[in-house]
Design a protein around this ligand. Sequence first.
Ligand SMILES: [Zn+2]
Length: 455
Amino acid sequence: MPRLALKMMLMLMLMLAIAGLGGCSAEDPVDADLDEIDAEAAAEVAPAPEPVTPAPPPWTDTEVEVKRGSTIAEILQEQGLKYSEVLALVEASKDVHNLEKIRAGEVLTVRTDNATGSFSGLLYPLDRHGEERMLVLQGADGGFTAAKVARDVVRVPVPLAGSITTSLWDTAIGMGLGWDTVADLASIFEWEIDFNSQVREGDAFRLIVEEVRDASTGEVLRHDRVLAAEFKAASGGSFVGYRYEGSDGRVGYFNAEGMSSKKMFLKSPLKFSRISSGFGKRFHPVLKKWRSHNGVDYAAPSGTPIRAIGRGTVNFAGTKGGYGKHVRMRHNKTYQSSYSHLSRIAVRNGAVVEQGQVIGYVGSTGLATGPHLHFEFYVNGAYTNFLRQKFPRTEPINESERPAFEAMRDDLAPRLAAIPLPGRDTTVAAKGDDDASDGPSDADAGPWTEPREGR
Ligand SMILES: [Zn+2]
């Protein structure tokens, strides 16, 4: 059970952190456990507020995991129900959920009456996190009633930190964060950091994330909103984002100065992938000759969605020679981008596309050795190395919202800064990319052209 393992790790680190607060403890909470818990460490530094604990109920809940091949009848008969009672229970609950279809791995909660010690009810999870459940109760007459019940939950902000070994994704999932939370975390920084090319071993991040807990038992059900997060590159850069929900309900992340994390262009057209070939002179894998590579190649499985890096108008959508299935966009007078070797195109010529909208899917059409995205970026019509471009942040927080934002920031900033970052000793990442700085100005030549100053 990964969640249990995470909880134990958090407890351990909490204990170490408290020991460390004494000042002279030999167990430094940051360094001492790094070797053991390593980069996937999730560090809890401050005791989270205690969940509300009402008076204990007059019953006891016991979790029962459904084993492969076992049936609801077996499970409930083991709890002391007669076969006829099982049938009545299943019948009574049918309108809410059909218990004949339970599956191995699901966890049922059996409720027993503390006074009599006998079965009094059953809880069955109706969603992935068990926030909504079916409660089947046995009445004094022996009959059953079923209803949907929403679990009473509390949201508790908790501090977490991790350092990257292979990818942000692997590290965050290893820390027990759910997919949604990791996607949130990535979206805060995707304007500043290309997770495909710029993340290096030793980069670290810390965050304050809401834990959704059962209000009565304190059981952690899932992580929810990321309230604040900071990414620290081993090479020195640091980026912070604070979540702010405007009075109009729009949610965004802003830096300490209240500038939106959003920029004119996404750092990468693919959410998660790796760069397999940079911009500049490369040995062409098919032609076996040196050529100028006029874009950036992102390796990703066929079918991976490709996002428009910015808002714009599609000015080509179709098949084009070595590019294969190809989409080109015009963002404004200065900037254009194009996406090649697609397996499928998802937009029409002339369409207005929003930033982040899926314009097609990775494939290997045209002159490609395998599935990848060939991405080109043009400034005033000339091929340009997109990885070297810097774009300003776009919008500041609404002035009327600024006081509320600053109050929230002033609350979160010291709490974020107090979270120890694991693994802060690493070497500076090497610059990866050699670069033919000014490519040919004919931006329609194809993915590869003769290098300008031969080789
Ligand atoms: Zn390419």
